[in-house]
Write a protein that binds this ligand. Structure first.
Ligand code: MSP
Length: 644
């Protein structure tokens, strides 16, 4: 059985940020989940490369649109690869195969009479590339708020107005066509207000696909973009898609335009459109236009792809907006992955090693731990149901409740005490405890494989399982299927604990490096120095690039709404003191900082933290699991002195 799902195809006016990553990771999770349900799931993503926005971005970078889109599209593809996402098809709107599909669709709509030639005169939003007929020229665009401009153009129009009833019927007949409910209701009320015909070509646009029969017209962005869902799987018998996963801001295009285009072309409709909420950073939607982007790479380097995946699925209630922060990312990682799952794994396996000679003990019939058995048995179908309903956070919560119950059970049973007793009842309780704990880890590995593919595989191997994890099926998964006597594998920490302040600081430093690398890619600025290989050596010239100087804290205050951040004015013997934000508030009070001499990395690119621009970094030592300790001097050193 096939299951075809898609993400939106992303505009290439910016390199991938965490917003795009969120959608693509969720899609990858669904794909893996469906595979574990026995479907042959196929995931398509890609890049949306035509239109004036992209043309302008290319111009600003001094590149041709094709050169520019080649670079950014490759960035997306590579980023997904680096994150280990299982993308089956990657479609670009500049791909010649895509062109054929667009023409086929256009032609079918033309022949069926739903595309006709007309003229548009009125307001236009350059940024959204939308005719904004509901406002006057010069008034703000209803979507983005930027001022509209006047245009007058001959266009091909799509007769969207003819589809009002058929669309409403569709939403009625298939109540789950648009999810969640709040988006469905918005769409229905929008359609009920009546639909205007839609311009689907432009003559003012150069960077796009020309209409084959009328080459001065270029197919307009949405008609072009939506067709990738078909062109990506052309000739494979995969259409219609089972699921279009999208961000909520493009619901209208997917739930109204796209089914109408397909109805006009007499082609099958996608089965379901699911819109998620926005990832917010510093209280606003993360986006290129707001400039508040975080890139996935720094996060991956510090918490791993699994850590990022877990955070996004657990922290955000799917369908609603959710906030991202470096602190929250590391906080979740430490609490749920390092202390939770990771700790339970190493603790359990170590006890199996120490008390059972490294072989899974025989846990008997389960009658010694009926409650835990029942909880484990319930968790499996509840998890599956939650994931089927896109309630990822709830599903994960259920697994963590089970892990927590096992932790508690271990503490209550105290296997380290039981092991000291030779009595059969103590030995039976010991075997039962460790069997149950190991068996729950096995269940967790299977359930969590779609979300934590790397860690689940590690846990699976450490339990000594031989069959490939990705061939496991969710159907029939139940407690007590772990074979007693099985030798456990080599033990390795799954999620090492991170020191909060240094992990956050490292992500910020990596973020600045990533920004510089991407700018260099587009020919803006010098390429950043190659990062030293982990544990590798660097030449002295590289060290010399780091401008470290002695500074003195003139003022300090905690950044409101944060636990770790402190904002300081630091004197560096320059024309003006610098504002520096540092993650040291848990270790130092503002009073302790004022007047103190510190070491500052003075030539870091500025970085905004909580809306405050930080112009440098305070150097501190961070021991694993401990608070940061500021670097200082035993002798007095003048402010401004360089460290060499
Ligand atoms: N090219 C169009 C989509 C065409 S689909 C046929 C487009 N591209 S986009 O680059 O702007 O990407 C939009 C998608 O990226 C959103 O729908 C969402 O899936 C994802 N996100 C971008 N920023 C996001 C957040 N801040 N939060 C969550 N998702 C976000 O629109």
């Amino acid at each position: 059985m096939k299951y075809y799902l898609t993400t939106p195809i992303y505009y290439v006016n910016a390199a991938p940020h965490l917003g795009h990553t969120y959608t693509t990771i969720v899609a990858d999770v669904i794909r893996r989940f469906k595979r574990m349900q026995g479907y042959e799931a196929i995931l398509t993503t890609g890049t949306d490369e035509h239109g004036s926005k992209i043309e302008n971005a290319a111009k600003a970078a001094g590149k041709s649109p094709q050169e520019f889109t080649d670079i950014i599209s490759a960035e997306f593809r590579e980023q997904w690869e680096t994150l280990g996402l299982a993308i089956d098809r990657f479609m670009r709107t500049t791909d010649p195969r895509h062109r054929q599909t667009v023409f086929m669709l256009f032609d079918r709509c033309l022949k069926s009479g739903y595309i006709y030639k007309g003229a548009y005169t009125g307001p236009y939003c350059v940024s959204c590339e939308l005719y904004a007929s509901e406002v006057q020229v010069g008034e703000p665009c209803p979507d983005c708020g930027r001022p509209t401009e006047a245009v007058s153009e001959e266009n091909y129009f799509f007769k969207l107005s003819a589809f009002q009833d058929r669309l409403l019927e569709l939403y009625e007949r298939q109540p789950d066509f648009i999810q969640p409910e709040v988006r469905r209701n918005e769409v229905i009320s929008f359609v009920k207000q009546g639909l205007s015909d839609l311009s689907v070509t432009r003559t003012s646009l150069k960077w796009g696909l020309p209409v084959p029969t009328d080459r001065k017209h270029v197919v307009y962005v949405w008609f072009d973009a939506l067709s990738t869902y078909m062109s990506a799987v052309e000739g494979e018998g995969l259409w219609p898609a089972d699921l279009h996963l999208i961000g909520k801001e493009i619901t209208r295009f997917h739930a109204i335009y796209w089914p109408a285009f397909l109805m006009a072309a007499e082609l099958p409709l996608p089965k379901r459109i699911v819109a998620h909420g926005w990832l917010l950073f510093e209280q606003e939607k993360m986006s290129k236009s707001r400039g508040n982007m975080v890139r996935p790479e720094p996060c991956r380097r510090v918490v791993g792809a699994d850590g990022l995946r877990y955070f996004l699925l657990r922290e955000i209630s799917f369908g609603q907006d959710g906030s991202f922060s470096f602190d929250a990312l590391v906080g979740r990682y430490n609490a749920d992955l390092a202390n939770g799952l990771g700790n339970l794994t190493s603790r359990t396996l170590k006890m199996v090693q120490d008390y059972c000679g490294g072989a899974i003990p025989d846990g008997g019939d389960g009658s010694l731990s009926p409650e835990l058995g029942a909880l484990a048995a319930r968790t499996v179908p509840e998890f599956i149901q939650a994931f089927e309903n896109f309630q990822f956070s709830r599903g994960l919560e259920g697994v963590w409740a089970l892990l927590g119950a096992v932790d508690k059970f271990i503490v209550e049973r105290a296997p380290w005490q039981l092991a000291k007793s030779a009595e059969e009842s103590a030995q039976a309780a010991l075997r039962d405890t460790l069997y149950v704990a190991a068996d729950v880890l096995r269940l967790a590995a299977v359930l969590l494989a779609p979300v934590l593919p790397v860690a689940a595989e590690r846990i699976w191997r450490q339990l000594g399982m031989r069959e490939p994890l990705d061939e496991q099926r969710l159907e029939g998964l139940a407690p007590r299927q772990l074979a007693p006597g099985q030798k456990i594998g080599e033990m390795r920490r799954v999620f090492p604990r991170l020191d909060m302040a240094s992990a956050v600081q490292r992500m910020r430093t990596l973020e600045a490096a990533e920004l510089a690398r991407q700018a260099a890619l587009l020919g803006k600025g010098a390429p950043p120095p190659e990062a030293a290989p982990e544990g590798g050596k660097i030449p002295i010239e590289d060290f010399a690039k780091v401008d470290m100087r002695v500074g003195q804290v003139l003022a300090a205050e905690r950044v409101k709404g944060t636990k770790a951040l402190v904002q300081m004015k630091v004197e560096l013997a320059e024309s003006e003191p610098r504002t520096i934000v540092a993650g040291i508030a848990e270790a130092y009070t503002p009073e302790q900082l004022i007047g103190r001499k510190v070491v500052i990395v003075a030539n870091l690119q500025p970085r905004k933290l909580r809306g405050i621009e930080s112009n440098g970094m305070v150097v501190a030592a961070s021991a694993e699991g401990g608070l940061p300790v500021l670097v200082g001097f035993l002798e007095d050193v003048p402010v401004g002195a360089r460290l060499t």
